[in-house]
Design a protein around this ligand. Sequence first.
Ligand code: 13P
Ligand code: SF4
Length: 320
Amino acid sequence: ASREQALISEITLLLKQHNATLVAHYYTDPVIQALAEATGGCVSDSLEMARFGRDAREQTLIVAGVKFMGETAKILSPEKRVFMPTLEATCSLDLGCPEKEFTAFCDANPDRTVVVYANTSAAVKARADWVVTSSIALEIVEHLDSQGKKLIWGPDRHLGAYIQKQTGADMLMWNGECIVHDEFSAKALKTAKHLHPEAAILVHPESPASVVDMADAVGSTSQLIKAAQSMDNQKFIVATDKGIFYKMQQLAPNKELIEAPTAGQGATCRSCANCPWMAMNGLEALKNSLIHPQGREIFVSEDLREKAMIPLNRMLDFAA
Ligand code: 13P
Ligand code: SF4
């Protein structure tokens, strides 16, 4: 713990010295989230991280999350320098949606408006008409559907299926998934619900349809936290990455929060409700992003940046 305290003090000082601000996602380790808050940075969902980074007065952003979050920050603020604890923190949705294949998919369906999830590379965003995050996806697809648009949706098939069910929009789907949410199991969740019949079920829409169908509230990380605060239930079973419990418990201190079970347990689950890439954002790596920044800085070519900025700004303007 004293090593941890020493690192926290060092990082706090380094952030000040570099006039840098720390932008962290709810899925990072609680120690990182607490540090972001304590130093005047932000802890939030993907949409809010993008907005905070764009509006920050500091000219250096340290993004604790996964690579697409750092890229989004750079696309929106090319004049700022954006560093990450490690550039190896990727996302199964990003990995499962290579630019070449996705471009061919879009080219084969030229009559469709291309809507991509924020969890994609800058190159995939550059091919899109709209970028969405989970907190605004439903409204944006509703809006496009009301204009009679037919859509390409990528890469998260679970989120896509949920939105399609809610809106009835015509969506041609890419077949990607988040390895963390894909592992939640309706069967195991039923057992948990039997044990806690009074608990409300909160589900992130990257989860399979059978799990989403059991939810009392479905939403992005920030929307799930709000649900835990505002719903009358005293107990919640929460189907999303474990990192969320730090902020959720802080904001809903009198509620009992229970982890939703994954299909496998212990040695048999892939992620065990803890994103392996988010977990790469440790204190040592964070400190290194401030003292050995080489190889930890985000660069996006100007050509890609200009293209990717258009659908990203569409989302931010729509959400404003
Ligand atoms: P949100 O925080 O936007 O809900 O995103 C969830 C996620 O999986 C980010 O990687
Ligand atoms: Fe990607 Fe899922 Fe990890 Fe989020 S939790 S970064 S969607 S793999």
